[in-house]
Write a protein that binds this ligand. Structure first.
Ligand SMILES: Cc1cc2nc3c(=O)[nH]c(=O)nc-3n(C[C@H](O)[C@H](O)[C@H](O)COP(=O)(O)OP(=O)(O)OC[C@H]3O[C@@H](n4cnc5c(N)ncnc54)[C@H](O)[C@@H]3O)c2cc1C
Length: 558
């Protein structure tokens, strides 16, 4: 058995920020990640991180209001205010740790414009901001002496008398299963993008953390709020950063019309993501698209500017769509990008299960509500990662380990033996694709009652098939076949909670747009939907009022 004060599940920005802050307070910290830390999905973040710096004449209140309006008034205003207040110090702390942000002509930290915001307040490192931040944090946690279990896969959380006391995990290299006893566990396991196909997310974004929390009694909140990003590449669904529009790109339809002028006269291409995605999908549905896409045009920015600021996406468009954006517009479509919902947590990361924390994309604090603003997620990971680490480090000082022994791994060992012994012939790959396609079709940009019902039936049917999945590799060394099958189990639970929450919300708000109920209904739905597991393994729904402090809901216009 392994033993630590704090076990952090996930080595993306949230997990590593939490590790650093807990380590600074003297806690014994271990981080576990199913991939090498710098391969976490945070590495793929392109566009930047938001902060309103006072010496720029910006104000956290303006950032907060843009975020609240972006959330379609579903975000909790106290949490949003706190995130925006702490944003500046977090960005500057990253700079002091060694992140080399782009500078403006005066040599100060430079910003670019991002969607849904009245100020250019997105700090960036070209178009690979996440990679820059992740590498800096990795250096910092190594320097601070945090232990990293690299390429270990967490199978389950250990809960005794309602309290979390550790986790069971498998060394992917050897197949060895170990119990880790911990006084606090921080879930920082990222998002669930791959529950949808296609998605901008890495193949490892399979909702493990949401499901791990759900299985031990934590609630999942706002799960119906799934972000479709306006600019993902035709075919592969690879992300073309909002930075392109931030730097001035146009969106064109098949008539060569800059259609956003019509839908969002003030913000144009830089309206909120949910808004732009709906406009594009409307153009496509009404016959003004090109082969299921519209066009992103940056040619007017010129080759020099594009190479300096958007080099990665230029390469991506060449590699994945064979288009050089310097010479021609890029075919793009709305694509699944981000889950606003997650494990319900407060601003210190505490979930409903004592000893269990959650931060980053796995969590729902709720600072994004119905729609996340671009560049607010990196901010969320750092602010709430740090706060969770601090809270957990203080908590463990006065906490004893729960009585946990090696038998805590028995259920997982049996489960794996059963999976390996299965002689039925369903393939995880086919089930995963069928699930993802059903989610896209029925819970994508536009939804309606009948479609969602049909979607729920499809999810139930793939779930049934998943019971018969065949794991061809029986070995213990790097058994990715087994891992993908375990991930499929997590994904199906996430899919179900998205579907049931979406079918419950009888209005349109943010990313949840119902063609049969197009209006926002503040009288009945200024509240969060929470899904938890009941005693029979079924889903239990509950509700929580949105926290409104200074900003009353108004009609959202861009
Ligand atoms: C292509 C792309 C571009 C983006 N660009 C931006 C941007 O410019 N600005 C912005 O604000 N946001 C952006 N986002 C969103 C943002 O990057 C993510 O929401 C954020 O980085 C998530 O960080 P995280 O630390 O919560 O999780 P991740 O970085 O996803 O890390 C999750 C960690 O959990 C580990 N893990 C998961 N399951 C298990 C398990 N079972 N066992 C062990 N370990 C496990 C993984 O190994 C990994 O280390 C982008 C997202 C994508 C996909």
């Amino acid at each position: 058995m392994l033993d630590h004060d704090i076990l952090i599940i996930g080595a993306g920005l949230a997990g590593m920020r939490a590790a650093l802050s807990a380590k600074e307070l003297g806690a014994d910290v271990a981080v576990v990640s199913k991939v090498h830390p710098v391969r976490s999905h945070s590495n793929a973040a392109q566009g930047g991180i938001n902060a309103a710096l006072t010496d720029r004449g910006d104000d956290w209140r303006d950032h907060a209001y843009d975020t609240i309006k972006g959330s379609d008034f579903l975000g909790d205003q106290d949490a949003i205010a706190l995130m925006c207040q702490e944003a500046g110090s977090e960005v500057i702390a990253m700079e002091h740790m060694g992140a080399i942000f782009n500078r403006d002509e005066d040599g100060r930290l430079g910003t670019r414009a991002f969607g849904g915001q009245r100020e250019a307040r997105t700090f960036f490192v070209a178009d690979f901001t996440g990679q820059a931040l992740l590498h800096v944090l990795y250096e910092q946690i190594l320097k601070a002496g945090a232990l990293v279990y690299e390429e270990w896969f967490v199978l389950s959380l250990i809960v005794r008398d309602g309290k979390c006391g550790g986790a069971v995990m498998m060394d992917i290299r050897s197949g060895r299963i170990e119990v880790v006893r911990a006084k606090a566990v921080i879930l920082a396991a990222g998002g669930l993008g791959r529950v949808f196909e296609p998605s901008t997310n890495a193949l490892i974004c399979t909702g493990d953390g949401m499901s791990l929390g759900y299985r031990v009694g934590a609630s999942l909140m706002d799960m119906e709020m799934v972000q479709y990003h306006p600019t993902t590449l035709k075919g592969s669904g690879v992300l073309i950063s909002e930075a392109a529009r931030g730097e001035g790109a146009y969106l064109l339809n098949s008539d060569n019309d800059r259609f956003m002028l019509k839908y969002a006269p003030e913000f144009k291409e830089l309206a909120s993501r949910d808004v732009v995605s709906r406009c594009e999908q409307t153009e496509i549905n009404e016959g003004r698209g090109l082969d299921g896409c519209v066009l992103l045009d940056v040619r007017h920015l010129g080759e020099k500017y594009i190479s300096e600021r958007l080099s990665q996406i230029r390469e991506l468009a060449m590699d994945f769509a064979n288009v050089d954006m310097v010479k021609e517009p890029v075919p793009i479509m709305p694509g699944m990008h981000y889950q606003m919902g997650g494990v319900a947590a407060n601003v210190d990361g505490e979930t409903g299960v004592p000893g269990l924390y959650a931060a980053g994309e796995v969590a729902c604090v709720s600072v994004h509500g119905g729609n996340r603003l671009g560049a607010n997620s990196l901010l969320d990971t750092l602010v709430f990662g740090r706060r969770s680490g601090v809270h957990a480090a203080e908590m463990v000082k006065s906490t004893q380990h729960l009585s946990v022994d090696d038998s805590a791994a028995d259920d997982d060992k049996n489960n794996i033996q059963k999976l390996l012994a299965n002689d039925k012939n369903e393939s995880f790959g086919q089930i995963r694709l069928d699930m993802g396609t059903a989610m896209k079709e029925h819970f994508g940009v536009f939804r309606d009652e009948n479609g969602m019902r049909e979607g729920i039936e499809k999810i139930e049917s793939v779930k049934k098939r998943a019971e018969d999945v065949y794991v061809a590799d029986k070995g213990s060394t790097f058994n990715t076949n087994l891992l993908f099958t375990l991930e499929l189990g997590f994904m199906l639970e996430c899919a179900e909670s998205i579907a049931v929450s979406a079918a419950t919300r009888t209005e349109s708000r943010g990313a949840h747009t119902r063609t049969d109920l197009p209006d926002r209904d503040d009288a009945n739905w200024l509240k969060h939907i929470l899904v938890s597991q009941d005693e029979d393994g079924g889903q239990e729904l509950s509700y929580k009022d949105v926290v409104i402090t200074d900003w009353e809901p108004v009609v959202r216009q861009y």
